[in-house]
Ligand binder design. Structure first.
Ligand code: C2E
Ligand code: MG
Ligand code: MG
Length: 347
């Protein structure tokens, strides 16, 4: 742009915060020392101003002018940094970059834990399994729930490490419980991002082999939308997993794509009815109809059916009347640590 000023144009940007991530990388790369031919090390720095189309301007002139205003502030406020044209975007992107660094640290320093929420057979009241749910035990902020970090983990690719950790830890714990005489089915969530970027089949094979946990005691939970995003690849993968003996469940059933044709195409074992249908199932006639229909359909197709988010006895009574097989919910227990879960098993 003149003198020591350059302009970078990013043509596709899914989210405005991503510009800061790229900018941050550029600034870090430029911050490395250069060695000149005469052996002298030279340090340079860079500051950046970011303007987003169309929020910060709809013409090239306006965008450059606003990026320039942001650059001016970046230089004033400390060099080797960046600013967006608007402060809220700067704050948001800094929060994001911070969180990502904290999460990376958490993964590498053992701050993640697997909690277990019982899955109960409605006819007998027995705990027959559990869903593994990740928790972040932050040393100063306390327990952080997945909704606060899974989306970030997915966008940054860290979900692959988290997914692998949860799977391996669950298999290890499952084997330990099995050896102690508890014959449970343990369910692990798979993110659609893992579908896209991870060799799930290889990962599952490796986790099972390493832990000696039997495949038919492992269940993988997948959402409808994850399946539909990559339908053809999913059919192949799910059949491969099924051939290994792993059980497959559809999570949050009823909230994703309403296409039901996949129920025939995929080798599934369990439908998990989403909590949103269960909340008012005893007094909202639409939910009554939906839940009855899902249970009937699951029976006809030979799937087990599990109700998610059961908090009250009236919900449980309704589900029992309708012939629902399993439930999960605060009525039995919240997700708990492995130690507490063992106590539940002994009760
Ligand atoms: P999900 O797989 O549908 O898990 C069920 C969520 O519902 C859990 O929230 C659980 O604590 C909550 N829940 C269960 N029963 C009740 C109830 O009676 N009342 C209420 N209000 N809530 C109930 P959690 O543990 O916060 O997890 C939220 C979501 O984060 C999960 O939804 C899942 O999509 C995702 N998640 C959790 N762990 C993992 C993981 O290891 N990998 C991936 N990819 N996603 C995960
Ligand atoms: Mg789940
Ligand atoms: Mg669910």
């Amino acid at each position: 742009m003149g003198g020591d000023e350059f302009c970078v144009v990013i043509e596709t940007l899914d989210r405005p915060e991503y510009a800061a991530i790229l900018t941050d990388e550029l600034i870090q790369i430029l911050a490395e020392a250069f060695r000149l031919e005469n052996g002298i090390d030279v340090h340079i720095g860079a500051s950046a101003g970011i303007a987003i189309f169309p929020e910060h301007g709809t013409s090239p002139e306006l965008l450059i002018q606003h990026a320039d205003a942001a650059l001016y502030r970046a230089k004033n406020e400390g060099k080797n940094t960046y600013r967006y044209y608007t402060d809220d975007l700067t704050a948001r992107s800094q929060h994001r970059i911070n969180m990502e660094a904290k999460l990376r640290f958490a993964i590498n320093h053992g701050e993640l834990r697997v909690f277990y929420q019982p899955q109960v057979q409605i006819a007998t009241g027995r705990i027959i399994g559990a869903e593994a749910l990740v928790r972040w035990l932050h040393p100063s902020e306390g327990m952080i729930f997945p909704d606060a970090f899974i989306p970030l983990a997915e966008e940054s690719g860290l979900i692959n490490f988290i997914g692998e950790f949860v799977l391996r830890e669950t298999c290890r714990q499952g084997k330990q419980w099995l050896d102690a005489g508890h014959h449970l089915t343990l369910a692990v969530n798979l993110s659609s991002y893992q579908f896209q970027y991870q060799n799930i089949q290889q990962l599952v094979e490796s986790a099972l082999a390493q832990s000696h946990y039997p495949a038919n005691r492992l269940e993988l939970e997948i959402t409808e939308s994850a399946l539909m995003q990559r339908e053809e690849a999913s059919v192949v993968l799910l059949h491969a997993l099924r051939a290994m003996g792993v059980r497959l469940a559809i999570d949050d059933f009823g909230t994703g794509y309403s296409s039901l044709s996949y129920l025939k195409r995929f080798p599934l074992d369990v439908l998990k009815i989403d909590k949103s249908f269960i909340d008012e199932v005893t007094f909202n006639k639409d939910d009554v109809a939906i839940v009855k229909t899902i249970i009937a359909m699951a029976k006809a197709l030979n799937f087990s059916v599990l109700a998610e988010g059961v908090e009250r006895i009236d919900q449980l009574d309704f589900l029992r009347e309708q012939g629902c097989d399993l439930y999960q919910g605060y009525y039995k227990s919240r997700p708990v640590s492995a130690d507490v879960f063992e106590k539940l098993l002994r009760e």
